[in-house]
Design a protein around this ligand. Sequence first.
Ligand code: UD1
Length: 333
Amino acid sequence: MNVLLTGGAGYIGSHIAVELLESGYDVVIADNFSNSDKGVITAIEKITGKRIDLFEIDVADKVKLNEVFEQTKPEAVIHLAGFKAVGESVSKPLMYYRNNIDCTLSLLEIMEAHNVNKLVFSSSATVYGIGERLPYTEEMLLGEASNPYGATKQMIERIIMDTVSCGWLSAVILRYFNPVGAHQSALIGEKPQGIPNNLMPYIMQVANGSLPELRVYGNDYPTRDGTGVRDYIHVMDLAKGHVDALKYFQDNDGVEVFNLGTGVGYSVLEIVAAFEKANGVKIPYSIVGRRDGDLAEVYADVKKAKNLLGWNAKLTIEDMCKDSYAFALIEKT
Ligand code: UD1
């Protein structure tokens, strides 16, 4: 089965590509490398010993996307192409709405034209918005998005659901919690441009000596130790969830939404301690003020994915910290 990954050269996409190839699928990647580099493709091919059909295109470009479908005849699509930096989306909202929505509309139109009716969409826990009860369950009504990036994820979910309602499409929407870690080969992993915004990439750069210390955004939240709590999930577990989503289409149609997390939250200081213990390194940090828009605590209810997809996260916080560090050391060299 040929599977098209839009945005497949990115952090999450590259790990999904490895998992798909190792599960016997053929992989086509469409990516414009706006937030990745071509070395990722070589790395995926090295890990798996298999070839990827690569198309360097903007997924919003319908003419070029149409050519990809004509040449490769995919049977299913995993849609990851899109901008994803929360802060940037606040300063450049039009760029986010234009790119993320355009990519999705072009993709759906071309899928319809080619009778490709299986879509897995890369969504985010950010769609739950503010003030929800914990843990987050898939049937919760979505609150107002706290930033334009989150709003694009909500809008795309809606576009997909409306398209499924009109009959020709089946979709699985996966809401990721906080993906971290890297493939065990340390050949692929997360490579943020500039100074990282997210916790694990920041810790990785402190650990490899690229940054002097971590700034912990607030220790006065109503949590165990006052720092923010999140549901971190190993990117390889996340990748496996996509393979299970594709299998789900064998017996199901319509649209289904799944949380992909572990169901367990860790605080910032717990992550720092886990990273230090797993890797025998010290992560110097200082406590600073809260970051705008941050929530105290976020974690998933993961029962639905377990019950309907037969998927659950298996890798531990120690695995996440070890694999992140191994990749950070290779990146530094
Ligand atoms: C962020 C995004 C979210 C996105 C997710 C991807 C925001 C507001 N939200 O979520 O939309 O889907 O990444 O994984 O950016 N922290 C520090 N110091 C740092 C960085 C983070 O203390 O240098 C803390 C944060 O305050 C938070 C926790 O670490 O409590 C996790 O932060 P982060 O990795 O940025 O993820 P989220 O905020 O959950």
